[in-house]
Design a protein around this ligand. Sequence first.
Ligand code: F6P
Length: 340
Amino acid sequence: VKIALLTGGGDCPGLNAVLRAAVRKADLLGWSAVGVLDGWRGLIEGRTRALTVPDVRGLLPRGGTILGTSGVPRAEVIAALPVIEEALDALGVDAVIAIGGEGTLAGALALSDTGRLVVGVPKTIDNDLSGTDVTFGFDTAVNVATEAIDRLHTTAESHHRILVVEVMGRNAGWIALHSGVAGGANVILIPEVPFDLDQVQSWIESRFRSSFAPVVVVAERAVPDDPALLAQYGATDPWGARFIPGGGPWLAAQLQRRTGRDARTTVLGHVQRGGTPSAFDRHLATRLGLAAIDVVARGEHGRMVALRGADIVDAALADAVGTLNTVPRSRYDEVAILFG
Ligand code: F6P
């Protein structure tokens, strides 16, 4: 059996751990593996590299992906399916293991629909994929953000300032919620729950009254509930969603103006995506890589591997495509009583 492995979409700590586990297990079974460079783009352009056990040595602590990645729009992958199939035939590949987020897995589903054996492995720091309880990469991102919040508390308090921390999570506030709770943020704002700026101001003022300085964790796409503010400061992304560009700095400026307190912003950005994966993510990624090989061995079509409770299971690839896993209102309200 020959498998092709590819990593698509935004990179994420743990991708290399999946590659390592899958290649090692494939080798134990007497199979061979080829790595596709830069996700679907590499398959379309016929760019690959060998992936043997020596190639995956030492990869557990390494961030990013040794294969490279790219975000190819799903329509482009679908349009290129004949080219992709030709490339796979030329390589003599029996099965494809596609490691990626919603976009990459949509491409995997389309390829699987042609009758190919394709197994999906879900990944994203945002933790917004349906069909799995948790994605690897998320734990690392939360740890990075939590450490930043811990550090920002002391400088906020020394200067009696507001500190706004902008974290990633384009469509879901999981990183903001988990890091904000773990770091004891005084306010957490997520895209799923548009915020009332008056309420945020009053939480900030109450924090200052208790003689501590507030730390506000805001997901990059959290927006105010006031349509006038959104109309004045907002923009529309290519998928039609409204957001405020530079949402963190914008919020800090609003709060400084309203409260008369000095406000600063830290935008964590790609620091959350880069670098060494946490032990949790390495463990989860390893289990998923091993399980993906089992799915290939069973010859199951249209499947992805997923974490459900403590178990790795296989689920329909279609489960991960179309609907995102966003933060339920009840999960937000559960901790919002601590704000202020
Ligand atoms: O989906 C992962 C993610 O890091 C989001 O949190 C963020 O909005 C986006 O990717 C950033 O993408 P890029 O690296 O292409 O700017």
